[in-house]
Design a protein around this ligand. Sequence first.
Ligand code: SF4
Length: 298
Amino acid sequence: FSAIGEDREVDRDEFTPGVEPQPTWCPGCGDFGVLKALKGAMAELGKDPEEILLATGIGCSGKLNSYFDSYGFHTIHGRSLPVARAAKLANHDLEVVAAGGDGDGYGIGGNHFMHTARENHDMTYIVFNNEVFGLTKGQTSPTSPKGHKSKTQPHGSAKDPIRPLSLSLTSGASYVARTAAVNPNQAQEILVEAIEHDGFAHVDFLTQCPTWNKDAKQYVPYVDVQESEDYDFDVTDRREAQEMMTETEESLYEGTVLTGRYYKDEDRPSYQTEKQSRGDMPDQPVAEQYFDEDKEWE
Ligand code: SF4
């Protein structure tokens, strides 16, 4: 690795582990698209693997940090966000990315999702949204459409799916976007923006599961709401963002896949910035203080 922070050109292959485990994701799985976009985004930003902490939950998505070379923490189900928050608080120089599936993030870890968004911790949260629990053989998840049949809901789900973009906005996320594995260029651009954003950046990443969600869309054709002339809204306006999110979340289950940037608030300070401006968080990361011979511990 180069010295951290040194400007240099970074190749995406630098994020491929030296002892390369072959991904065990099924052929055609959308998770490959997340891996590719994340490697591309980190390379585009000139990041070193040792600057990054990737915390993942449980599920097919949780294998991400086996195939992405950086510091990694494969946590328990739904708990990638508290681990990511702790790491960021201990060392706020780290580029922190948390990742998990829709079951992991919107179901088991739903409470952490709301509160990490509310507190606006500076990190990127990628949710692999394939509308099922893939690793455990396709059970109904919080984003499965009403009527979706699985072994846990053999007569079809009677539940309305969660609205992850709206939940994120109302909880307090300061950057909210949706992209899809079938749209790799947009996915990389959105991840670059999310990683650069100072605050909680939530990316709902549509990832097709051809093994357990055969009936579901492959998320094509997709529409980029920033590219389409049919949509015109201000991503810095909360009310307009909410209306666009509602249309996006409803249309997904009617066969139209809308993606793009939905909300961006650059005025609201991240938790770290807020704390530092009050003088109750040291500029020096806690982790570094342990190696500071001159530090006087109280
Ligand atoms: Fe991907 Fe679905 Fe296979 Fe899991 S079960 S690796 S989500 S295709």
